[in-house]
Design a protein around this ligand. Structure first.
Ligand SMILES: Cc1cc2nc3c(=O)[nH]c(=O)nc-3n(C[C@H](O)[C@H](O)[C@H](O)COP(=O)(O)OP(=O)(O)OC[C@H]3O[C@@H](n4cnc5c(N)ncnc54)[C@H](O)[C@@H]3O)c2cc1C
Length: 377
C-alpha cells in the first residue's frame, strides 16, 4: 500500500498527540504524518502562567516541535495554514502548497475579546508560549524586584481557571508590598461551575483574601485603554499592566473562525471527506455535557481517538466514538498550593500541587514514549 500523507495543522496537545499515537499504532508505516505549526515550540500550556510571570522559568514548558516530530517519525513544517482547498485536498501555508490524503485540524484556541473596545491592543494574554513570554517580559520590565521600586498595579481580566492560576502565580513571585493585583470577573463567582465545586471556590477565595488579591466579581469590563480598565458607570481601575484572561474561542481554518471545525462523534468532518478535527478547535456534535470543553484533557483524549480512526478508516474498520468525560480539574495556586476534584474526590494543598505536576510529567512521557507506547487500534 502506498504511503498516505496525514497533514496535521497544529502541533499542540491534539496535533502532537496524534503524530505520537500514529507512530505507535501504524506498525506497517502506511502513513506519513506532517505537522504544520507557525510556532517552533510545543507548549505545555497548563504551565504557561508560570512564564507569564517569570520568563526565565521555561524548563519543560516549551519543547521543540521538531524534536517531538522526530520521536513520532513525523515531519515538521514551521508554517501557518492559511487556506484549505478541501475539494482538491491541498492546503496553503506560508506561500507553499501541500497535498494530503487525510487532514487533521488541531489549531487550538485564541483569545476572545468579545468585541470590547481596546481589549486586544491594551492587554497581554497568556494563551500561547509566545504571548505568555511577552507578558512575562513586560512584568519583568516593571522592575518590581529592584531596590526602592514603587509598588506596581496589575489588572487581571477574567477569573476563570487562567486568571486564577495567573493571579496566584504572580502573587507568589511578587508580594503585596511590590504589587497590587485586581482580578475582574463578569460572573458573580470565580471559576466556572463545570471546573470546581463550592468548597474549592471557597478555598480559592480564602487564598485570594489572605494573599491580598482584590476580587471584583459581577463586574463588567466596558473598555480597555492604556493603563486603565474601564468598568460600568464610568468607574475604572488604573494599572501598570493589564492581562487578558477573559475568554477563549476556537481557532478555525477554512471554517468560520470562532466556531471551529464541526465534527461528528468519530471526530470526522461530515462536510469534507477525510478531514478530522481534534482538540480545542473541534466542535463535536454530542449530547455529553463536557463534549466541547476547551481543555488539555479533552485534546489528549481526542488525539487517541483521531489517530485510531485514521488507521481504522484506512483498513475498513468501524470508527471509534468520542465519549469524552473529564476526570476532574486541578487548579494551581502558585507552585506549592492547588485545589481540585478528580473522580469526585476533593484535593487541597501541596499534595494537590504535586499531583498536578506529576500529571504534566506523565503527559510529556506519552509524547516522548510513543515508540514503546503501543496500544490496540
Ligand atoms: C495558562 C493555561 C493553563 C491551562 N490549564 C489547563 C489545565 O489545568 N487543564 C486542562 O485540561 N487544560 C488547561 N488549559 C487548556 C489547554 O491548554 C488547551 O485546552 C489545550 O492546549 C488544547 O490543545 P489543542 O491541541 O487543541 O490546542 P493547542 O495546544 O493550543 O495547540 C494548537 C496549535 O495550533 C497551532 N496553530 C494555530 N493556528 C494555526 C494555523 N493556522 N496553522 C497551523 N497551526 C496553527 C498553534 O500554534 C498551536 O501550537 C490551559 C491553558 C492555558 C493557556
Amino acid at each position: 500500500m502506498a504511503t498516505r500523507t496525514v497533514l496535521i495543522a497544529g502541533g499542540g496537545y491534539a496535533g502532537a498527540g496524534i503524530a505520537a499515537k500514529l507512530a505507535a499504532l501504524d506498525a506497517r508505516r502506511s502513513f506519513n504524518a506532517v505537522i504544520l505549526d507557525p510556532s517552533e515550540f510545543h507548549a505545555v500550556k497548563t504551565r504557561l502562567h508560570q512564564i507569564a510571570v517569570d520568563p526565565e522559568r521555561d524548563i519543560l514548558i516549551r519543547i521543540p516541535t521538531r524534536t517531538l516530530a522526530d520521536f513520532a517519525r513525523a515531519d515538521f513544517i514551521n508554517a501557518s495554514v492559511e487556506e484549505v482547498d478541501f475539494k482538491n485536498r491541498r492546503i496553503f501555508a506560508n506561500g507553499s502548497v501541500y497535498d494530503w490524503d487525510r487532514l487533521v485540524v488541531a489549531t487550538g484556541a485564541e483569545p476572545n475579546y468579545f468585541g470590547i473596545p481596546g481589549a486586544a491592543e491594551n492587554s497581554e494574554n497568556i494563551l500561547s508560549y509566545e504571548s505568555a513570554m511577552r507578558c512575562g517580559l513586560r512584568i519583568k520590565s516593571l522592575g518590581m524586584n529592584k531596590r526602592g521600586a514603587s509598588k506596581k498595579r496589575i489588572a487581571v481580566c477574567g477569573a476563570g481557571l487562567l486568571g486564577v492560576e495567573f493571579a496566584a502565580q504572580l502573587r507568589q513571585r511578587y508580594g503585596p508590598k511590590k504589587c497590587e493585583i485586581a482580578i475582574v470577573e463578569k460572573q458573580d463567582r470565580i471559576i466556572a461551575a463545570s471546573q470546581c465545586g463550592d468548597a474549592q471556590r471557597d478555598y480559592i477565595s480564602a487564598f485570594f483574601k489572605r494573599e491580598n488579591i482584590r476580587t471584583l466579581t459581577g463586574t463588567t469590563i466596558s473598555k480597555l485603554s492604556p493603563g486603565r480598565v474601564w468598568l460600568e458607570e464610568g468607574k475604572h481601575i488604573d494599572c501598570d499592566l493589564t492581562v487578558w484572561c477573559g475568554g477563549i474561542k476556537r481557532t478555525g481554518i477554512g471554517t468560520a473562525a470562532s466556531s471551529g471545525l464541526a465534527v461528528d462523534p468519530t471526530l470526522v468532518c461530515r462536510e469534507h471527506e477525510n478531514v478530522f478535527g481534534a482538540g480545542d478547535s473541534a466542535m463535536v456534535s454530542s449530547p455529553l455535557p463536557n463534549a466541547n470543553s476547551l481543555t488539555a484533557q479533552r485534546a489528549i483524549y481526542h488525539a487517541d481517538i483521531a489517530a485510531k480512526n485514521i488507521i481504522r478508516s484506512a483498513i475498513g474498520l468501524r470508527s471509534r466514538v468520542s465519549r469524552y468525560r473529564p476526570k476532574g480539574e486541578l487548579i494551581s495556586l502558585g507552585d506549592f498550593d492547588a485545589v481540585g476534584i478528580v473522580f469526585g474526590a476533593a484535593f487541597y494543598g501541596p499534595a494537590c500541587a504535586a499531583a498536578k505536576k506529576a500529571n504534566e510529567l506523565k503527559y510529556l512521557s506519552t509524547l516522548f514514549g510513543s515508540a514503546i507506547n503501543k496500544h490496540i487500534v
